[in-house]
Write a protein that binds this ligand. Structure first.
Ligand SMILES: *Cc1c(COP(=O)(O)O)cnc(C)c1O
Length: 428
């Protein structure tokens, strides 16, 4: 037995499923998960000293690669001054300014400890500000695991209201209305029916939790217009896209101004951090200024802030990082696309910048329904082939590949070579 297998055996006795977040248990690809002991740059190393090129990047935070020396130094320095004070710090001011300066739609921001918390709080403030209760979300978009958002985070019906998880009260789920990605009519129908009851529409401006799915031309703008017409707020969940598509995230990339934006992942550089921000008059509704309560013992934690600030500082000071990363991503995914075309394989690749997904279906993937046409068994066999050859991909079809600026041309070429070897073994 490998060390990972032994650890997994121990883990399942004391941790549900042996993991602290379900996807890590490899539920959809089978086999024992790799236990990771360290990582640097584009590589991670497991407890059996096997080294992999990592395309998960901790699910997004590692935009500059693992254990970047400047970020590591900032964390060590902050830790030397104390781990938490439960009081205001200079670091929080620096962090808030970094976010507000990078993202034009954000005039004020509050720090929390995860993306889940950021979304949960943004929804509360949207409801408090509009004095309305219903929220529209899209099938296949994931917004963390708060009750109101665990509706059609997988598949769902148009009028929705059916929870995806045991333990979510029906009453809570009923206020979450479900629309379909890239289908503006599904949003219009809900607005026409519920009108002034809708507090906000929340969307991943690039969906990355049903695999990568990109909005079609004009969709986000139409959403912006509809929210405006009906007096609802538009929330961009940029927990993945924030500081990934570019310094200004998706709102800058698409030139759309949402009312609120949620962040996580990259802004913590690997520490548990989230944030939500937006228009000043909305953010001023939050306690202690306004009636919307929101708090956190460890929010704005100095060590976490130091990590995030160090990462954002590097990205702000050298804008060519995004240019190089996005060009490399474009090249890499295009190479895969060409292989697929040359060999006429029943696969589809969606990509934008450093994010991409290869779906095991020949049809165009534009929403959850089309994503779900993928052959997940074929994905599992692909995943294990790549893993055996030292390529660490997401252990599920409906996740993204995350490139970092630490992925070298050689890393990508090696990956393509291994992928090509896999394709040689097909038919699937
Ligand atoms: C990861 C993610 C979340 C949840 O963030 P956690 O830090 O895991 O709570 C929310 N929204 C999106 C778009 C995400 O990708």
């Amino acid at each position: 037995m490998t060390n990972s297998e032994n650890l997994f055996k121990e883990a399942i006795k004391v941790i549900p499923g042996g993991v602290n977040s379900p996807v890590r248990a490899f539920p959809s690809v089978g086999g024992a998960p790799r236990f990771i002991k360290k990582a640097y740059g584009s590589h991670i190393i497991d407890e059996d000293n096997k080294e992999y090129i990592d395309y998960i990047g901790s699910w997004g935070p590692m935009l500059l690669g693992h254990n970047h020396h400047e970020i590591q130094a900032a964390v060590v320095e902050a830790a030397q001054s104390g781990l938490s004070f439960g009081a205001a710090t200079k670091l929080e001011v620096t962090m808030a300014k970094s976010i507000c300066e990078a993202v034009p739609a954000v005039e004020m921001v509050r720090m929390v400890n995860s993306g889940t918390e950021a979304v949960m709080s943004a929804i509360r403030v949207a409801r408090g500000f509009t004095k309305r209760e219903k929220i529209i979300k899209f099938t296949g978009c994931y917004h963390g695991h708060s009750d109101a958002m665990l509706v059609a985070a997988g598949s769902g019906a148009l009028t929705g209201g059916v929870p995806d998880s045991a333990g979510v009260p029906k009453g809570t789920a009923q206020d979450t209305l479900i629309a379909h990605y890239n289908d503006i009519d599904s949003v219009k129908i809900l607005f026409e029916k519920y009108q002034e009851e809708i507090a906000a529409v929340i969307i991943e401006p690039v969906a990355a939790n049903m695999g990568v799915v990109i909005t079609e031309d004009g969709f986000l703008q139409e959403l912006r217009n509809l929210c405006h017409t009906y007096g609802a707020l538009l929330i961009f969940d940029e927990v993945i896209t924030g500081f990934r598509l570019g310094l200004g995230g998706a709102s800058e990339y698409y030139h759309i101004k949402p009312d609120l934006i949620t962040f996580g992942k990259i802004i913590g550089a690997g520490m548990p951090v989230g944030a939500f921000g937006g228009r000043r008059e909305i953010m001023e509704q939050i306690a202690p200024l306004g009636p919307v309560y929101q708090a956190g013992t460890l929010s704005g934690n100095p060590v976490a802030m130091a990590a995030g600030i160090a990462q954002l500082k590097i990205l702000t000071e050298d804008p060519t990082i995004y240019q190089r990363l996005n060009e490399r991503g474009q090249w890499f995914y295009q190479q895969i696309e060409e292989m697929i075309q040359q060999k006429n394989l029943p696969l589809t690749i969606n990509h934008i910048g450093s994010l991409g997904s290869m779906f095991f279906t020949p049809n165009k993937v534009r929403d959850l329904t089309t994503a779900k046409m993928s052959d997940t068994k074929a994905y599992a066999s692909y995943f294990h082939y790549m893993l055996d050859h030292g390529i660490y991909l997401a252990p599920a079809q409906f996740e993204a590949m995350f490139l970092s600026s630490a992925h070298t041309r050689e890393d990508l070429e090696l990956t393509l070579e291994i992928l090509s070897g896999y394709f040689e073994k097909l038919p699937l």
